[in-house]
Design a binder for this molecule. Structure first.
Ligand code: ZN
Length: 273
């Protein structure tokens, strides 16, 4: 079977080695994993998740009376934190998730990318997505890259016309370095072709699939004083249901199918010598 997330990680290594603008990325600190996503359904092809963001400022939720405008109750003080993910001794700073099988079936003609890639083969849409996700990694500070508009302010979301154009340019730059076609060969096949060719599509996923490491709210202990001028009942915050720390033991192999996925049992992994 083809290990799709491993193939993407190897391709990413090659991209950051060949595209100078992405050469700051240390791929040993980037984890590629798979999420579920059916082809032909709405939803992202891929997502870049930042794990190295600092804790948020302390805050609380509050409820206001509609008639008087006064605060009627508030939650406990909390901060939001990033979970820790480690593979061996290496801390992971970013994760990039791919929706399978949806990503495998992405084509230029099924997206708005066609205008940028006239005359290119359909699979280039997938290469564009991979470069797109790498470009989200901010070279200057921990977090997702902010896109500056021409007036010097930052775009409200992390995209902007220039973002998409920059990605197209980097895809062209990468292909112009004449990379070994073996490295991106797997992108040429859609899900059905991959299954026929390799006997199945597997990828790295988290044990708690479909859940994966996400920012969580952490109640401050001890609780800071009441905010100035706020005198109202305080409600406990529900404990976060997300785990806070993950290691390679939380990673499993899943096989992806047209309508779902299943976890594979690794045979022989713990065999005694
Ligand atoms: Zn994006």
């Amino acid at each position: 079977m083809v290990n799709y997330t491993d193939r993407i990680a190897v391709l990413m290594e090659d991209i950051v080695a060949r595209v100078p603008e992405l050469s700051f990325i240390d791929m040993s600190r980037v984890l590629v994993f798979a999420r579920g996503g059916r082809s032909g359904r709405e939803g992202a092809y891929a997502t870049c998740h930042c794990l190295c963001l600092p804790d948020s400022e302390p805050g609380y939720y509050f409820w206001r009376s509609r008639s008087t405008g006064e605060l009627t109750r508030r939650s406990q003080w909390f901060v939001t934190r990033s979970p820790q993910v480690r593979v061996g001794t290496t801390p992971i700073d970013y994760m990039v998730s791919f929706s399978l099988p949806r990503f495998c079936d992405q084509t230029l003609s099924s997206t708005r990318k066609q205008v940028h890639y006239r005359g290119d083969e359909q699979w280039v849409a997938k290469l564009d997505t991979i470069v797109h996700e790498l470009y989200h990694i901010d070279p200057a500070r921990p977090g997702i890259r902010r896109m500056e508009r021409s007036d010097g302010t930052y775009a409200a979301n992390c995209h902007g016309t220039r973002f998409f154009e920059d990605v197209v340019r980097m895809v062209r730059e990468y292909l112009a370095t004449r990379p070994d076609p073996e490295v991106f060969e797997f992108l040429r096949y859609d899900f059905e072709e991959l299954t026929a060719r390799f006997g199945g599509v597997v990828g790295t996923a988290f044990r708690g699939f479909p859940s994966y490491p996400q920012r969580y709210a952490d109640v401050l202990e001890p609780q800071p004083a009441n905010p100035p001028g706020v005198e109202c009942p305080v409600e406990p915050l529900k404990a976060s249901r997300y785990a806070r720390a993950f290691t390679e033991d939380d990673l499993v192999m899943r096989e992806f199918l047209p309508q779902g996925s299943r976890q594979l049992v690794r045979k022989g992994r713990y065999c005694a010598a």
